[in-house]
Each structure stands twice: as structure tokens, then as C-alpha cells.
Design a protein around this ligand. Sequence first.
Ligand code: GDP
Ligand code: IMO
Ligand code: MG
Length: 425
Amino acid sequence: MKSDVILGLQWGDEGKGKIVDYLAAKYDVVARFQGGPNAGHTLEFDEIKHVLHQVPSGIFRNHTKNIIGNGVVLDPVIFKKEIDALKQFQIEPFYNLFISKRAQLILPTHRLLDAAYEKSKGDEKIGSTLKGIGPTYQDKTARIGLRVGDIIATDFKNKYQSLKEKHIKLLNLYEFEYDLSSIEIEFFEALEFLKKFKLVDAEYLINQSLASQESVLAEGAQGSLLDVDFGSYPYVTSSNTTCAGVCTGLGLAPSKIGEVHGIFKAYCTRVGEGPFPTELHDEVGDKLRKDGHEFGATTGRPRRCGWLDLPALKYAIMINGVTQLLMMKADVLDSFDEINVCTHYKLKNGSLTDAMPFDLCDEAVTPVYKTLKGWNTDITKITEYKSLPSKLLEYIDYLEEELQLPINIVSVGPNRAQTIFKNNG
Ligand code: GDP
Ligand code: IMO
Ligand code: MG
């Protein structure tokens, strides 16, 4: 067996949580391969609406094993809160959640450093979620980080102390004021809690699952345009959010990658700073935000909104080797007379391109739009593909032609049930 992948093709918040939760019904294993508590994945079904941050979105399916892979950076304090919040749903995370011993630990001082670095950047801040993501990945590549497997070692406290002291020197250098006392107590309590879970060699677990014909779905966090190598650098996160991250973040060989599901919204959003060519600063952007309830699932910040960006989507499809597409939040466009799609970027020298420039910040591209007719119909109760309005089908046909890939799922609302498969229609 090979592992399928679901990952975001834009700047995150494409609706990965909803779809992974939905598809988890037919997978034996769901695994997160990167990111950490910067992610906010929303699941909605029956009367439940729930946001997950580090726990994979297969957790509501009792038969599914959920793995937090080695590529993830894990905050034990947030993890404890997440598990506590899940107790009300009578699910069994002690039984079906597995955590890689190789996942890096987010320390309280990583979070402080994140805040100190952002503060020092002034107007050039990234707009980080301030969860300590960047500093933790920094320590990982500097080869001084602490891993989940370390917490059971007898000398863990010494290792912690030594890294904390390094961090404190940096915090002092940045003249950043802090009070560690209460958050440190919380951290050590959360580590004791974490010890009760299955801390495993997840690379073996996942490869053995595939070898015994179990189906595996890798769940991305963030989006391709936030990838540390291919995103709008430096306004990115600190991990590889793209398909290659599945291999390094779970210990899967490239030959073990199966279907790559690329997920995108029918328009675009971005939260935090950084270039966003199709951003709308007018009432149309406000309407997208209002109709799409575009406020961050992790930080509550209003999301920046704009039209769909084909050059960016084509780039993400290429980097990830996407094999099929899923279009989310089509219903948010239900009451637009006209819908714009950016087909090209106009560069400073006047030429047109549908390729991603080296530096979107420097290049200041002007989007060139094609205008399509809206469908002006409430699609939220439609359950069959063939019942979708013709203007929406034209929108889908147009995108499939441009992107040279099938759009196999169209999502028409936040609920699990509001998911339409093309081939069931
Ligand atoms: P993720 O980070 O990719 O999992 O996405 P988020 O959960 O951060 O943001 C997606 C938001 O859109 C959540 O509030 C979802 O409940 C909601 N959502 C998902 N799919 C749809 C859809 O098809 N239509 C609408 N209106 N909302 C959706
Ligand atoms: P999900 O998985 C949207 C953004 C932040 C910031 C930049 C760097 O829910 O799609 P970081 O905290 O990683 O240092 O922040 O990345 N960002 C996200 N934006 N969705 C996310 O995750 C994000 N995770 C990080 O807003 O601009
Ligand atoms: Mg999100």
C-alpha cells in the first residue's frame, strides 16, 4: 500500500480538517507530518464543531489510528488542553493516538522567543501565530532541540535546563521581559500527562501499517504557499508543508506516496503578513470575509480575502505532484454576480506570466483577471453533483481545464454532510 496525502494549496485554512475528518472514515491511519499548534483544523458534524491543533483530524473515528509524526513540533501544554477538550466526546485518544518519539518539543521559552523575534522585526513581522514554531524548528536544525522521546530519560531536566539557559541568553539579548514561573509548572505537568500516551517509533508503525495493507492518509497543516522553501519567503512558516514533507515528516519513502489530494478554496485567504497578489481591500473582500466567516481558527484574527489565484495554484500543484483536487467553500460565492479568477501576473516590466516569481515581495505583481458569471443560488443543501447550478459547473470545468486535473470533491458548507463527490453524482 501507499500513503495518500491531503494538503493545502494556498496559504492555509483551506478546509483540511473538515475533509480529513470526512475521509478518515475510509482510512485505517491518519498522520500529521509537520507543523504544530499553529494549525487550526475545524471539524463539524452532527451538532459538534471542534477545532484541532496538533491532534490529527481522524481522532473522531474510533477505528482510525492517529499518528503525530516526527516532522511535527509538539507543545505539551496545548496537547493536554486538546485532549482534555476531547473528553466530552467519549472518544479514546489514549487508545488510538500515537506520538513519534522523534517529534520536537516546544518549550515555554520557544514561545517567548517567537514573541521576542516578532517584536524585534517591527513592521516586518511575519504575523506568526506565536506558538513557538519558528524557534523550535530552528533548534531542530541547530541540533540542540529536545524530542518527545527525551522526556522519559532520567537526565531530561538537565537537558531542559541547558536549552532553557541558551534561550534566556537570547531573550536578554532581545531585552524581552518574561515571567517563566507559572508556564514552567504547567509545562512539567503537561509532560507527565504526555508520558501516559503511546510514544512510539512512528516511522516503523506507519511503514508496518502500509506493509500490512492498512490505508494511510497524511494530513498537511498550513498550505503550500507557506512552505519554508517554496512559499512567499520570508513570510512563511518554518516547515515543509508540501508533499516532500510527508517523506521526511513520517519516514515514508517517496515510492510510498499514493494519491496527492490538493485542497483549495474557491477563492483565496491569508492570515498574517506577506504578499497576496489577489487580495481585495474593498467591499468585495469584506463580503468574502463575512460570508466565509474568515476568522482564524487558532488566533481569531480576521483573514485577508481575495480572488482565486491560478498562477499560485499551478505552482503548488507542480511542487506537490497533485493528482486530484478538492474545492472548498464554493457556497461562499453563492451570492456574487461575477467571480474573478487571476489567470496571470503582470510584472513591473509589463510582461505577463503565469509562473511564480522568485520574490513575490519585491516583484509586486498586478493580477490579470478573467471574469465568470456567478450562480446566485444557495448550494448548501445540494447533495448531488449533477444538481449543482450550471454556472458553478462552468466554473469547475474552467478550473479543471486550466489546472489540468479533476476536481473530485466540491464542498458546499462546513458540515461533514455538505460534501459532494463528482463521481457519485
Ligand atoms: P484548515 O486549517 O484547512 O483545516 O481550515 P480551518 O478550519 O482553519 O478553516 C476552514 C473554515 O471553513 C472552518 O471554519 C470550516 O468549518 C469552514 N469550512 C470548511 N469547508 C467549508 C465549506 O465548504 N463551506 C463553508 N461555508 N465553510 C467551510
Ligand atoms: P492551518 O493548518 C493559516 C501563518 C501565520 C503566519 C505564518 C507563520 O490551520 O491551515 P508560524 O506561527 O507558523 O510561525 O506563522 O504562517 N500560519 C497559518 N496560516 N493557517 C495555518 O494553519 C497557519 N499556520 C501558520 O499566520 O503568517
Ligand atoms: Mg486552519
